[in-house]
Unconditional design. Structure first.
Length: 190
């Protein structure tokens, strides 16, 4: 780990206030990137509030949110994010075959059009940094305006999470092996 999170037993007044908010919320603490963000409590407060909305308050069903998160973790090869959200995705009803195809960087075979567009939209946005008119129209028709806006916010938030995890090299829990191999396009500067 490149930067240690602050000692939760020795936080300054502002860090302690924000940490108390995190503990009282649905996460019950400051896991992963949230602990790192506590070094900048104003950032931590705002980021965790956005994350709480994206994960627990959005109009997207948990299964669809978790698919978007997994596609983001795969796009960034964010091992910690993948580890945390793979289990949640499976518990939310995402098929193991879909999770495995995403892990391999392949397009899963979908029987559900909502899952298909969440995957395709997220993947296209991560790879091309935009979406085509066709993909946008499909997403709007299938998800509707509210869920499409929430999907974009979710993907953006989990890019911040992925960057934080990767830049500060936040490790997997003891005894957990990485599941994501580097994708061919990684490291090309493209």
């Amino acid at each position: 780990m490149r930067l240690q999170p602050p000692d939760l037993d020795n936080l300054d007044e502002e860090q302690a206030r924000v940490y108390a908010l995190m503990k009282s919320g649905p996460r019950g603490g400051a896991p992963g990137p949230l602990a790192m963000w506590l070094r900048r409590p104003a950032l931590a407060e705002r980021a965790q509030t956005l994350g709480e909305y994206c994960r627990y308050g959005s109009s997207l069903e948990t299964r669809l949110s978790e698919l978007g998160i997994l596609v983001t973790a795969r796009a960034w090869t964010s091992q910690y994010e993948w580890f945390v959200h793979k289990k949640i995705a499976l518990e939310a009803g995402l098929a193991p075959e879909i999770v495995e195809a995403v892990r391999r960087g392949e397009r899963p075979r979908f029987t559900n059009e909502e899952e298909a567009i969440v995957h395709d939209f997220a993947r296209e946005l991560h790879v091309k940094r935009r979406v085509s008119d066709e993909t946008y129209a499909r997403a709007e028709a299938i998800l509707g305006e509210a869920r499409l806006v929430d999907l974009v916010a979710l993907l953006g938030y989990y890019c911040l999470v992925s960057m934080t995890l990767n830049v500060f090299e936040i490790p997997l829990p003891e005894g957990v092996s990485p599941e994501l191999d580097a994708l061919p396009e990684e490291g090309t500067g493209a």
